[in-house]
Design a protein around this ligand. Structure first.
Ligand code: GUN
Length: 291
């Protein structure tokens, strides 16, 4: 078994981007600027947004964080989205999901200008992705594609099974893997909570991508020998033996599955850092298109 090292690959991409930033700044252009909107105090969302902001600093991007209280109204949030749409100094921005229950995620996503939607969540960008037109690709699925590409994992004609059909990960992942691209050109099965005979379906997967949000859901009886396993899940589990009191695990039972597969992403250090690399790549593209 070999690890698909997302941490190292993400740092490689960040190094490449920082070289590009140095060169555009030398030519008198502004560095790319990513704005992030965080609503409320959810610990995981704060961690993710802080990691995104920190990564911007590392590559020389400008970043601004708009941290709003959990009781901000939908109309107030829409006002901020519209201000960011109109702000010429901002190349791209994200609104971290999930939002509090009193705010409609779809309404907010629809209000983001497609040309600043570096998360690739706006229906116009989702439509372009589905048609294979150039657009911002959603960060997590595109991060997985980039990891497969940089490790030269063959995907053409292979059976890919994606577990989980969320609009942020599973559904776009299934679309990207079936497109006429490399990586891609896979025969894709999108499995979800109503799928019957899941074990049987997973056993046919040359590439198994797990984004179901259940800790250690995938066990070795669901993995074909020498499969490539991509674990999108991340969960905090209490662990008194650790200094910080917890450890991170994925949707895959790593200790069981790792001895059976050919490649696997670790948690942490697999897909998570690739999501950040992918968001930075989209922000760089947004900035190039505006310059
Ligand atoms: N919540 C979980 N993943 C993401 C992501 O990629 N972007 C945003 N905006 N929110 C998320």
């Amino acid at each position: 078994m070999d690890l698909l090292d997302g941490k190292k690959t993400s740092l490689d991409i960040q190094k490449e981007l920082s070289e590009k930033v140095k060169s555009i700044v030398k030519n008198g252009l502004k560095p790319p600027h990513l704005a992030a909107v965080l609503v409320g105090d959810d610990g995981a969302s704060r961690t993710y947004v802080n990691a995104k902001v920190k990564a911007c600093e590392r590559v020389g991007f400008k970043s601004t964080l708009h941290h709003l209280s959990s009781d901000v109204s939908e109309s107030e949030l829409l006002k901020i989205v519209n201000q960011l749409n109109a702000d010429d100094s901002v190349d791209g921005f994200i609104v971290q999901l999930p939002l509090p229950n009193h705010i409609d995620d779809h309404k907010i996503t629809l209000a983001i200008s497609p040309n600043k939607d570096v998360d690739g969540f706006h229906p116009e960008n989702v439509g372009k992705m589905t048609l294979g037109l150039p657009t911002f690709l959603p960060a997590t699925p595109n991060g997985v594609m980039e990891l497969l590409k940089r490790y030269n994992i063959p995907t053409e004609g292979k059976n890919t099974v994606v577990i989980g059909r969320s609009s942020i990960v599973g559904t776009p992942m299934s679309i990207l893997m079936s497109r006429k691209t490399n990586p891609g050109n896979s025969t894709v099965t999108l499995a979800h909570s109503r799928t019957q005979n899941l074990e049987e379906i997973c056993m046919k997967a040359d590439i198994l991508i797990v984004a179901i949000g259940i800790p250690e859901f995938v066990t070795s009886n669901m993995v074909k020998p020498n499969a490539v396993v991509i674990d999108v899940g991340i969960h905090r589990i209490e662990d008194a033996s650790r200094k910080n009191g917890f450890r991170l695990i994925g949707d895959v039972n790593f200790s069981e599955v790792s001895s059976k597969c050919s490649y696997i992403t670790p948690v942490p250090g697999g897909v998570g850092p690739m999501t950040i690399a992918s968001l930075l790549m989209n922000t760089y593209i947004a900035s190039s298109e505006r310059n």
